[in-house]
Design a protein around this ligand. Sequence first.
Ligand code: TRP
Length: 363
Amino acid sequence: MEKIILTGDRPTGKLHIGHYVGSLRRRVELQNSGLYDKIFVFEADAQALTDNIENPEKVRQNVIEVALDYLAAGLDPAKTTLFIQSQIPELCELSFYFMDLVSVSRLQRNPTVKTEVQMRGFSGESIPVGFFTYPISQAADITIFKATTVPAGEDQEPMLEQAREIVRRFNHIYGDTLVEPNILLPDNAACLRLPGTDGKAKMSKSLGNCIYLSDSADEVNKKVKTMYTDPEHLQVSDPGHLEGNTVFTYLDAFATDEQVARLTTDYQTLQEMKDHYTRGGLGDVKCKKLLMAVLQETLEPIRQRRAEYEKDIPAVYEILRKGCEVARAAACETMDQVRRAMKINYFDDRALIQEQALRFQKQ
Ligand code: TRP
């Protein structure tokens, strides 16, 4: 069986370093591993519209920002198909048939939908149908490309579970057609959910606690300087705490021991530095200096690539347009199989037409 990756993001804002360690970095590694037959990365603009109904301009503006972030992070259009969800009408078609396979109560039990409904303050049945059913549309996103592997954050786990259920139900009723996808989670706890610079659980635009991939070196340093650490670590000599200490969480997510050895004078590994911090005698400023250096090493090549692509924006749209063509061809192939399995392929089934002709002759 072909090994196929599919994943994507809602284009509602520029991508930040939480996206990077949570999924983007992994995608680039997978792309360059050569282990996969096909890789699709897409912008879920139609899904973004399900809860930005009155703000289409925001989605439109961010489609190009996210495309630039993808390319800057190292996704290579020669290896990865980059496309935009709304340009693949077959996704609507597949979603429509999937709707027959999912009950209202099953959607209501989806934990991600539950929290999002609460977050957005929808009460009871005032929730828009399109938003309520987006897990179904997301199952179509994944399965129309026969994805085997979906690199994503743990918040997407319920979506994948729902997609697998739909595939099982579809294949059971209509015969083996679609492929059950597996989620590929980040392998490091710090990457699973990178906190904001203020130490709050999540990096989010509305909380103003993000470091963006497109931030300048100065902006990044300024954000690291004011970053949340250990409120009980008042004097350098005090023993420090690592738990909930954002600087160390970020170091866990970004720093390799090689970098620690090269960029500090006193430590060979991150663990040695942590030990010194918890013993007492290591100040926050030194830790932040290391973090700044590590972040710069990661972000500088990304910034440079972004600047290159920014010089020719029409070419970036062209990359997306070509990606949409490739993605659409793959989607059409699966839909042919789906229509055949569901017995709605009337016109390319010659046997059917002949059989019906015979049946009516006899009468
Ligand atoms: N729900 C994802 C998010 O909010 C975006 C998304 C849409 C997605 N369809 C997908 C992710 C399919 C992985 C696979 O970020």
